[in-house]
Ligand binder design. Sequence first.
Ligand code: NAP
Length: 246
Amino acid sequence: MDYEPKSAIVTGSAQGIGKAIAVKLAERGLNIVVSDILYDEAKKTAMEIEQSGVKALAVKTDVSNAQDVKALVDTTKEAFGSVDVLVNNAGITRDNLSMRLSESDWDLVLAVNLKGSFLCAQAASKIMMKQKYGRIVNISSVSGILGTAGQANYASSKAGVIALTKALARELAGRNITVNAIAPGFIVTEMTDKLADNVKEEYITQIPLGRAGTPLDVANVVDFLISPAASYVTGIVISVSGGMVM
Ligand code: NAP
């Protein structure tokens, strides 16, 4: 019950929310695999993390590619001896109104956000099942709960991530693997930097706590979900949105 995890894969962790999660889990003493499609940035993040005294490895991964994902999980097992934690954080947006949304932007967002989470969970859980221990945290979004105009592809992918979380939680519970999701609201990162100032201001007016979130706000909840304190928590979605969703 009190097992402290020793190793974590955080996808999309070269920057943004994923980086904050990787740093937070390193502070807890976990060895970290910084997995991202951006290899140079991932290497920089891994070097920063090593300064906290744990081991960190950068692995270039496209989470929508099954071969990359297998290599990611095999490398982690080889380097650290176990795959205790998986955080499915890699995600992209390709926003447009449905009338104008291209088929390729639909396919790409679903492939990275939803299929990528599935492939990583499938590969990691093969090892976690043998270990009879695992913690999987999927990063969804309030868009996947509320639906957001202009994000039919993204909202659908993130709703899918919530259903995936629940299905996996039921399938893996018997092997002491918990699977939970976090639905962040409006968090300041490279992803949200792209939004126009008036769109950002509009988001903030919808947040009861009156401010945008930080990557650390999300990382703190991941830290709880992978801790022994959360060993009886599985299949849930925690909204980290300043009250946008309650
Ligand atoms: P971010 O700053 O763009 O970081 C995501 C990282 O994932 C980037 O380095 C990105 O590289 C990488 N990535 C993209 N495609 C990938 C792929 N196929 N395989 C592996 N890595 C890939 O985004 P963020 O804001 O930190 O978001 C992190 C997660 O939180 C995402 O799942 C996002 O949907 C979710 N989220 C964010 C917010 C928010 O307000 N920021 C709100 C709700 C949910 P590129 O830069 O090349 O794309």
